[in-house]
Design a protein. Structure first.
Lengths: 217, 110
């Protein structure tokens, strides 16, 4: 009886297998201790005192999803900080190494730079909104992921612009070791952006699955 | 006691129950019952979301141990921040209860 109850609770937390497993162990330990002896009647009484598994799972899921949102908001701001540093480092290096954009590519470079700046500011604004939403309880579910997604799209746009702008400065240059730093900094930005997009996607999937399990189990 | 009234103070109640030392979920419930003179009789499961929430807020820490029965057991303990939060909540509660007592008793709170 206790195993069935713990299993039904864990099933509702299936959006996060690690959480489901630990809650199941915790609840089983509680119920066996509360039941005292192993008689089915004692087990039933322990389960009755424990409460509705749907309600408890909903509350535990809300706590886990809120924690997930807070850490995702923090990750978003860290990635933005990392991108900013990589960008500034590359620009300083270009200036010191006298790597300029060719005259015939200047117009394209200016357009890309404008898009890059706008995208980065949009990412900062949406990232900051995500952090605030992650800490508020009511609006979080509806608005948190749209803002995260908007920040991620803006970051991807900014990284693409950075990549093209770097390529414009490196065009016609022969391969040399001094090209490594700008290339590596762009690769670093791509890794940051890909990691962030992956984490947002995984978190959104978990939140959607949690909502599904809440209404369908 | 009314469940809704308790829910609003559940975090403080759980912190207070853990003030005497680390305990697992069932022991927390027993401690709440014992120290409230059986007045607080929540559905036992409701304590777990509170434990998880308080752990997420950094007020509790937890570790897994093995009980005498051989079952895995999660034991919670107050962190430094948890002790500090409990002290703050105690002070606020004392002020509040004096004010309410004065109000309901028809006397001005000191």
């Amino acid at each position: 009886v206790i195993s069935e109850y713990a299993e039904s609770l864990a099933r509702r937390l299936g959006f996060d297998p690690g959480l489901a497993r630990s809650v199941r162990q915790e609840v089983e330990d509680h119920l066996w201790e509360a039941a005292g002896d192993a008689s089915p009647e004692a087990q039933r009484r322990a389960i009755e005192r424990f409460g509705d598994p749907r309600l408890i799972a909903t509350q535990i899921a809300a706590v886990a999803l809120a924690r997930q949102a807070r850490s995702l908001g923090l990750l978003l701001m860290l990635v933005l900080g990392g991108l900013f540093l990589a960008m500034k480092m590359r620009i300083a290096w270009f200036a010191s190494a006298q790597f300029h954009v060719r005259d015939d590519l200047l117009a394209l470079g200016q357009v890309l730079l404008s898009i890059d700046r706008a995208a980065f500011w949009i990412a900062i604004a949406c990232g900051a909104a995500s952090v605030v939403l992650a800490r508020s309880r009511r609006a979080q579910a509806r608005l948190f992921f749209p803002f995260c997604a908007a920040a991620a799209i803006a970051i991807v746009a900014s990284v693409v612009c950075d990549g093209v702008l770097t390529a414009l400065r490196l065009v016609d240059r022969a391969y040399a070791a001094d090209l490594l730093l700008p290339v590596l900094s762009v690769l670093l930005e791509i890794v940051f952006a890909a990691f962030l997009v992956g984490r947002i996607y995984a978190a959104a999937r978990r939140a959607a699955l949690a909502a599904y399990l809440r209404t369908n189990t | 006691m009314e469940g809704e009234m308790l829910k609003g103070h559940l975090d403080m109640i759980v912190l207070a129950a853990l003030a005497s030392g680390p305990a697992h979920g069932y022991a927390v419930i027993e401690e709440i019952r014992r120290r409230s003179g059986e007045a607080f009789n929540l559905p036992e499961g409701t304590v777990y979301p509170a434990l998880h929430r308080l752990e997420g807020a950094g007020l509790l820490s937890s570790r897994w141990t093995t009980a005498e029965s051989g079952r895995k057991r999660r034991v919670y303990a107050l962190t430094k921040r948890g002790h500090s939060a409990l002290a703050d909540q105690r002070a606020t509660w004392r002020q509040f209860s004096v004010a309410i007592a004065g109000l309901l008793g028809g006397k001005t709170a000191a």
